[in-house]
Ligand binder design. Structure first.
Ligand code: HEC
Length: 191
């Protein structure tokens, strides 16, 4: 900045640095006073009055977003798959077992016999499994079948809910050891 006629040096000096005793520019002062006025309104309104603070606004927006997400989910087609956790929660569910037993009687007893004792298909009541005896394994076998055998992929005939129910039922048969059951096949799997 060039030295104007109004520039007047102050007496003091800090390590060789000196300063002018000039007034602040008018535009700067105006902004400064506007700021003071805004603060007088802003602080009482937002910090002590009804105005929402940033965090409160964020909370409100979070609630709104959750609501929008929920509404969006409702527009989606029904779920296609269960997570391992969801499946674990279904295990032993009495309603599922009942529904699954019905499906089993209709579609599965021809090969696995009543109660899963086994005939064309293996015994489903013992601790030996060809394709895994945990619920996710069973659901997978029932859903996708076993290629090259008469165990078809039942997803062609049952929806995911029914597939899950019949699998929960099969899982519940374990240890029931009905009389005349087929001898074990596959790997020993302890629970
Ligand atoms: C037409 C005969 C047939 C029908 C009907 C049938 N299965 Fe099977 N199933 C089999 C055969 C055969 C196997 C063994 C496949 C192999 O050799 O790996 C099998 C295997 C299985 C296994 C795997 C057992 C293991 O040891 O891992 C499960 C679970 C099973 N079936 C459940 C069902 C359910 C549930 C139904 C009804 C929705 C059903 N099956 C209907 C023939 C059948």
């Amino acid at each position: 900045m060039s030295k104007g006629p109004q520039d007047k040096l102050l007496d003091h000096e800090y390590d060789g640095i000196r300063e002018y005793d000039n007034p602040l520019p008018g535009w700067w002062l105006i902004l400064f006073y506007i700021n003071i006025v805004i603060t007088v309104v802003y602080v009482p309104y937002y910090h002590f009055g009804p105005g929402p603070l940033a965090l409160e606004r964020l909370d409100e927006e979070g609630v709104e977003a959750a609501r929008a997400l929920e509404a969006y989910r409702k527009t989606l087609p029904p779920r296609k798959e269960f997570t391992v956790e969801e499946l674990a929660a279904l295990e032993g569910d009495a309603e599922r077992i009942k529904a699954g037993a019905k499906t089993f009687t209709k579609l599965c007893v021809s090969c696995h016999l009543k109660g899963g004792a086994g005939q064309t298909g293996p015994n489903l009541t013992d601790d030996y499994w060809l394709h895994g005896g945990k619920l996710p394994n069973i659901l997978n076998t029932v859903t996708n079948g076993v290629e090259g055998t008469s165990m078809i992929a039942w997803k062609t005939q049952l929806n995911i809910e029914d597939l899950a129910s019949v699998s929960v039922y099969v899982r519940s048969l374990r240890g029931s050891n009905p009389p005349g059951g087929l001898p074990p096949q596959g790997q020993l799997e302890k629970d």
